[in-house]
Design a binder for this molecule. Structure first.
Ligand code: DC
Length: 226
């Protein structure tokens, strides 16, 4: 057994499946850093909004990306997101940026830029990177690939609870989530799908602790060299 081996762990899956919570806890348990790749798409989307760019203008978005510094800084409470040196961690979680990030992320040129940055960030290992294409594209040779899914109704409920949304706004937010899901799964470039060698975990009827125990079993196996 070689517990000092610093693994690359990929956690992919749709919004609301519990990726962020699980990835953060797992990273803490292992003494690894947790990298939220989605936050990088969000940061670029924010810059596109600020520059009034059309979100379907791939060439302009790629140019914008190339002139941008987008960094993730892991903290105990999640990633700090820096866009050109400014902390945009809160702003990138707002609804307009969430929607724009989903649109920006369909473009192959944008994804190419993101994937290169994400590979740099995770190259040293000792990371848990979460996203949509980490196991399929960013780190196809990751030591462990988890695809975390859950029934759409449950994912919607979790999202609404997390954002403390109820009443008439809830249906709108749920509909937007379904729309983004559909966009993620059907885009031509790196659509959301489990890698062939991913371990698929359905958290519909599983609590956080159970998911973590299941993942830990796989990690221990990896560290034993299986
Ligand atoms: O995980 P998130 O909700 O912060 O992601 C924001 C958007 O970025 C989401 O619409 C999907 C997209 N994304 C992606 O295409 N690939 C990733 N690796 C991470 C996120």
């Amino acid at each position: 057994m070689n517990p000092s081996r610093r693994l690359i762990i990929a956690i992919d899956g749709p919004a609301g499946a519990g990726k962020s919570t699980i990835a953060a806890k797992l990273a803490r348990q292992l003494g690894y850093i947790n990298l939220e790749s989605g936050a990088m798409y969000r940061a670029l989307a924010l810059k596109a909004i600020e520059h009034d760019l059309a979100l379907d203008d791939e060439a302009a978005l790629v140019k914008l990306a190339h002139g941008s510094a987008i960094t993730l800084e892991p903290t105990r409470t999640g990633n700090r997101v820096l866009l050109d040196g400014h902390d945009v961690s809160q702003r990138v979680r707002e609804a307009d940026v969430t929607d724009a990030a989903s649109k920006v992320s369909v473009h192959p040129g944008v994804r190419e830029w993101m994937v290169a940055r994400q590979r740099e960030l995770g190259a040293g290992g000792g990371i848990v990177m979460e996203g949509r294409d980490i196991g399929t594209k960013v780190f196809p040779d990751a030591d462990l690939k988890i695809f975390l899914d859950a029934h759409p109704d449950i994912r919607e409920k979790r999202r609404l609870l997390q954002q403390q949304i109820s009443g008439p706004l809830a249906e709108q937010v749920a509909a937007e989530l379904r729309q983004r899901d559909q966009r993620d799964r059907t885009r031509a470039n790196s659509p959301l799908a489990p890698a062939a060698d991913a371990i698929v975990l359905d958290s519909t009827d599983m609590g956080e602790e159970e998911v973590l125990v299941r993942i830990d079993e796989h990690i221990q196996k990896k560290l034993r060299g299986h």
